[in-house]
Design a protein around this ligand. Structure first.
Ligand SMILES: [Fe+2]
Ligand SMILES: [Fe+2]
Length: 144
């Protein structure tokens, strides 16, 4: 599968997880799952997809990495919460905003640029992303 398609699937998974978080009674576990999912996704983007795109649009790639760090920060505030905290709702909407803005930028700008400029590399990049994700999920906390 093409890298851009794979990454879009990840985005959809994350959005679904966040929707289920709202009605879930097990928010602590789900938040850990969401954090793992997002960190794995950001990691493969930064290791494989962004380096390939840097030559096409270095500025956008740099900006995207900053946005990843912002999302990480909000996530680290949320993990550990049960949903009963006064600040929970506010933090969650912060996460949604940061995340959805970021995904929109990727899907609306970065991915179309990739199709246009490195379209012939996307299948191979997709394979690399899949195998890196598999390796990382097999060990460490991401498997938990
Ligand atoms: Fe990203
Ligand atoms: Fe992404």
């Amino acid at each position: 599968m093409k890298a851009t398609e794979l990454l879009k699937e990840d985005h959809a998974t994350v959005k679904e997880l966040i929707q289920s978080l709202k009605s879930s009674k097990e928010k602590e576990d789900l938040l850990i799952k969401i954090e793992d999912e997002i960190q794995l996704h950001s990691h493969v983007e930064e290791q494989l997809f962004y380096p390939a795109m840097r030559q096409c649009d270095g500025e956008l790639v740099e900006h995207s990495i900053e946005e990843h760090r912002e999302v990480d920060k909000i996530l680290s505030d949320l993990v550990g919460m049960t949903g009963n905290e006064k600040t929970f709702k506010k933090k969650l909407s912060e996460l949604e905003k940061a995340l959805y803005d970021h995904m929109e930028k990727e899907e609306g700008k970065l991915f179309p640029e990739a199709e246009e400029k490195i379209g012939n590399q996307l299948d191979q990049l997709g394979e690399q992303i899949e195998s890196l994700k598999k390796d990382l999920s097999a060990g460490g906390r991401m498997a938990a």
